[in-house]
Each structure stands twice: as C-alpha cells, then as structure tokens.
Design a protein around this ligand. Structure first.
Ligand code: AMP
Length: 506
C-alpha cells in the first residue's frame, strides 16, 4: 500500500461493498461498489486525457455524489484535486486557472463554451462538465470505460489537493495539501470523535471547502459507513433526515437556524450521537440553548484550510461553550506575541501558532508568502488571536487582521462583542474599526436584537460597554441590523461592514 490517501480509505471500506456510501435527499443511493466503479472510470478517463501524477484538475460544480467520486478519482490518478467555490465569478475563475494551470477543468453543463476562451488562455487542455444529477461530458466520457483502475502510488509528501483560501483580503492563496496532511488529520478526527460502525453522517455542507470535504467526507470514508447527502442546508430536509442520522457537522448558522424552528426538541435529536460545529465561532448562547432544547452539547472544534483541524472540545469530558477545546493529538499549539514572537503563557492573548503532520507545506507558487507565515522553527502562524486557559482549553479572540487600533490602543473586537452579546435582548454583534480623523480607527458595533426588543438602544449598549470596558474599547457608534452579512461558511463578512460605515467619521 502506498501513501496514496485513496489506499488508506480503501483499506477501511466495508468487506460487503454493497453497503451504502451516499444517499441523496431525493433518494439516489450509491454503495461502496459504486464508489469504486465510478471513481475508477473517472480516473481512467482522466488518465486517457493525459492527466499524469501531479497534474491539477480544477472543479467548479454543484454538490453531488459524482463530485465526491471525482475527488476520489483524482486521488487514484495521482492528480491534484482543486475544488472551487461555486460562488466564484468567471473573472475569479480566470485567476485560479491561470495560477494553477490545471490540465482539466470541470464546470456545470452549459458553461463550457463560456469558459472556453479563459481555459485556452490558461493552457487548460480539456474542459468537461458535471451537473448536480451526475450528467455531463465527464460521465459520458467515462461511461464505456472499464471500472478497474490501479491506484497510482503516491508518497506522503505528494500533493493530493490545492484549496484556495477564502482570501477576504488580498489575493486568494492555494494551500498545498499532501496525502499525509489529509490522512493524518482524518485519522486523528476519526479516533478523537469516536466514530462507530453504525454512524450515519448528515452532510449539508458545501464540498469545495475543507469542512465538508476533508473533515466530513474523509471521516465517513475512514469509517466505511454512509452519509445522507443534501445539496445544501435545507431546514425541512434536515428535520426529515435527523431521525436516520447519528452525526451532524455544521457551521454555527445551521445551529442557529435549527434553534429558530419549533421542531427542534429532544425527540427530534433522539437518534443523534454527536453535533459538531466549526468554521466560525459558535456563540456560547447558541451552545446553551441547543443543550436545553435537545440535551446535546454541541462539540465545537477549530481549524483552517491550511492546517486542517487543530483543536476540539472533548468527546468525553466537558465541552465548554465559547472555547474550541484542546489541541488535537499530534498538534503542537502555542500562543506568541505577534511582534516579538515570544511564546506566551496560559491566559495570555497572542497569535496562535501550530505545527503538526496536518499542517500544509506552503502556498502554491508563493514561496515568499509561505516563508512569511512560518516561524524559523516550523510553526505556522495562523493569524488567529487567542489564548490557552489554565485548564488547557483554547479560546479564539479574533483574527490578527481584525484588530482595531484606536488612538494607539489595541482593541480585539471579540472582547467587545462578548460584552454586547451578553446584554439582555441582544442575539449577536459584530465589531469593526472604521477610519477616524483623531483616533486613526474608531470602534463601531453592528447589533442584531431579539425580535420585539426595540428597547435595546444605541445609548443603552454604549452605557453597558462603558461599565465593563476601558473607554477606548467602547463603540463610538452602534447600529442595528436584521441580519449580519455572512459567507457560505457562516463567517461574518466584516469587510462589508467596514465598507458600509467607512465614511462615518470622514
Ligand atoms: P477557513 O480556512 O475558511 O476554514 O477559515 C479558517 C478560519 O476560520 C480560522 O483561521 C478561524 O479564524 C475561523 N474558525 C474556524 N473554526 C472556528 C471556531 N470554531 N471558532 C472561531 N473561529 C473559527
């Protein structure tokens, strides 16, 4: 067995290949035998199209079982899988194709002509199509081919995937993930979360992102069991399928939406073993309310594209709301002073740095960027600001680039948000810095009130902050909103809020 990730998965497939791997919301069912045959045919087609070891295969398609088989086919063919967010525009895709120079690009049926010129310019040899129902030229080309395909041997450091980071500032960077990066993280998560032979995952996440692809799907593949596969988070579908699932992974928005639905109670979650949350901070209130309603303490974990998962609250043991738990086995995590790189002690706030077999090798064709984000001793600088508390639980306080500097003083938005979120009548808040003629930046809060709580006012929020926070941290202005802007992974898009309030003090 080589270090090809597919070989690892295959070693865990059920002996009875007739067992279910994917069932879609609309009733399509795929067994492990289908996985092997379809990914084998796709791999054969890729090889026939000249895809050799190390070639990139870029994919921007809707979520479908066939897209998972394409991911596995790339592994089997020794190619580098390059999934792209379905929200990317044609101009953005042009950047990715030019940067990554894939041999093959797969897009939705009907879009191949629109991409033809871009693909040709970027030197892409073949443009194939794949639709949400599995149709398109990929499946047509693979249809007559033999299903057997000898998996191409790969070494631990060979690349399995390139994932472009969401890049809220500057250019999106391609994180190069090796077979060993992905294997080590999947094995660790599978063990840490105590996967059982009867587990069934409810999968409602996108699969172009590390969460839905490498955390969720890879765990299922290692477990050799089934997942219920929804094209997207659909609340009715989630409640319909929960009684058949035992594990669910979601972004915090999934859980707040479930809380907003009267169907969420103990009976609805009775068959569930584990609810996991990540990709954005889960409000402590959401955690508590969910536990009250269902009896389940959501397990929050933390990670990022470049590193896979880094920390997790325990399976057995206290899951503390507002924390992301302990560093996972094999992950070294430390907190350092962002300026001097001095390693800080418990309870001290600084930048989180990590090292481990799961941490990526670097950014695609960006050696300078890569060097700038690693310490000389090999620790990767995550850019997340946080602390490790006295009990060893990791807390995320914000992003380093989120930092607001008001009159020369550092303000971590999370600290202010925590005070505001705790106020009666407040659901949540987002704090940003906007340009200010005197202070450089000024703190501004955008607040979501509970329904009917118009009595929560700007003056009230400011007064409450003044009681608990140093003056420079108190928001100069407070705005109310019906909804905070979020991306598909549930992250609040603070850049949009900063933009909206940019001229406030001009
Ligand atoms: P991405 O690379 O898109 O997965 O984004 C990774 C970033 O999401 C991290 O660097 C964190 O800033 C944030 N993140 C992920 N999980 C959590 C969490 N549980 N709590 C707070 N922030 C998180």
């Amino acid at each position: 067995m080589s270090d090809n990730l597919y070989d690892l998965f295959r070693s865990r497939f059920p002996a009875d290949r007739g067992r279910s791997f994917i069932e879609t919301g609309d009733g399509r069912a795929y067994a492990y035998a289908d996985l092997e045959a379809i990914s084998g045919r796709y791999a054969r087609l890729l090889a026939e199209l000249g895809v050799a070891k190390g070639d990139r295969v870029a994919v921007q398609v809707e979520k479908s079982p066939e897209a998972v088989f394409l991911y596995l086919a790339c592994l089997r063919a020794g190619a580098i899988y390059l999934p792209l967010n379905t929200a990317y525009t044609r101009a953005e895709i042009e950047y990715f194709l030019t940067d990554a120079e894939p041999r093959v690009f797969v897009c939705p049926p009907g879009q191949e002509e629109g991409f033809a010129a871009t693909a040709a310019k970027a030197g892409v040899a073949h443009v194939l199509t794949l639709g949400p129902d599995g149709g398109g030229t990929l499946s047509e080309g693979a249809a007559g081919l033999a299903p057997e395909f000898p998996t191409v041997a790969a070494s631990a450091s060979d690349l399995a995937a390139i994932l472009y980071t969401s890049g809220t500032t500057g250019r999106s960077k391609g994180a190069m993930m090796s077979h060993a990066n992905l294997a080590s993280n999947a094995l660790t998560l599978h063990r840490y979360w105590g996967w059982r032979p009867e587990d069934v995952l409810l999968h409602a996440l996108p699969i172009f992102h590390t969460h839905g692809l490498f955390v969720a799907t890879n765990c299922v593949l290692l477990n050799g069991t089934a997942m219920l596969f929804l094209p997207k988070f659909d609340i009715d579908e989630v409640f319909r399928l929960l009684p058949r699932a035992s594990v669910m992974m979601g972004v915090p928005t999934f859980y707040t939406r479930m809380l907003g639905d009267s169907r969420l109670d103990r009976a609805a979650a009775a068959h569930m073993r584990l609810f996991i949350s990540g990709s954005a901070p889960l409000l402590a209130d959401t955690h508590r309310e969910f536990q009250q309603r269902t009896g389940h303490a959501i397990l929050e974990r933390y990670g990022m594209t470049e590193t896979g998962m880094l920390t997790s609250n325990p399976l057995d043991g206290e899951r503390i709301p507002g924390t992301v738990g302990f560093p996972l086995p094999g992950v070294e995590l430390r907190v350092a002073d962002p300026e001097t790189a001095r390693v800080l002690g418990p309870e001290e706030i600084g930048v989180i740095e990590v090292k481990g077999p799961n941490v990526f090798g670097g950014y695609w064709r960006m050696p300078e960027k890569t060097r700038a984000e690693f310490r000389p001793d090999g620790f990767f600088i995550t850019g997340d600001v946080g602390k490790v508390d006295a009990r060893g639980y990791v807390h995320i306080v914000g992003r380093a680039k989120d930092l607001v500097i008001c009159g020369g003083y550092n303000v971590y938005p999370k600290e202010v948000e925590t005070v505001i979120d705790a106020l009666d009548g407040v659901v949540e808040s987002a704090v940003v810095g906007v340009p200010h003629p005197d202070f450089g930046e000024a703190v501004v809060a955008v607040v979501l009130r509970r329904p009917g709580r118009g009595d929560v006012t700007e003056a009230g929020v400011i007064a409450a902050c003044k009681e608990q926070l140093a003056n420079y941290k108190v928001p100069k202005r407070v705005f109310f909103t019906e909804e905070l802007p979020r991306n598909t992974m549930g992250k609040v898009q603070k850049n949009l809020l900063r933009e909206e309030h940019r001229d406030l003090f001009a």
